[in-house]
Design a protein around this ligand. Structure first.
Ligand SMILES: [Zn+2]
Length: 138
């Protein structure tokens, strides 16, 4: 089910990222705890999706609960949020909605990042977020 986002996205832009591929960038400053928008996509079977993702180096997926996940590969710009070991945003999952919030105040032009948490990759994924305390793996 893809429809228009329920909440209009804040001014963000998708641009090439130093972390990985393309990322999401703040087009204006955001205060801490500001809701930036929602990740949109299609609700899919989580277990099947996780098995598939384990063989890919790009993740467009948010686990919603044990059985469901959100495939955000064809959703809005927030599907492009990259992982960082010291992220500036976080996701809040309310039923099957995925909201994006600022974890701290964010400057204009900063890349917006989240902590992916556990991924289904057996050996983890290589992380190149560049944070001073980067763990090296996701
Ligand atoms: Zn890292």
């Amino acid at each position: 089910m893809t429809g228009p986002p329920l909440v209009p996205a804040c001014p963000v832009a998708v641009r090439p990222s130093a972390i990985h591929g393309r990322g999401v960038f703040a087009d204006r400053p955001f205060p801490k705890r500001k809701k930036l928008g929602e990740v949109t996509g299609t609700i899919i079977d989580a277990r099947r999706a996780l098995r598939r993702i384990a063989h890919h180096q790009k993740i467009y997926f948010v686990q919603l609960d044990q059985r469901h996940g959100l495939d955000c590969s064809r959703g809005n710009e927030f599907g492009r949020l990259n992982h960082c070991c010291a992220p500036n945003c976080y996701l809040r999952i309310i039923r099957h909605r995925v909201e994006v919030y600022a974890l701290r105040s964010i400057r204009r032009g900063e890349e917006l990042t989240i902590d992916y948490g556990q991924t289904p990759h057996r050996a983890g994924m290589k992380c190149s977020c560049g944070a001073p305390r980067c763990k090296g793996r996701i």
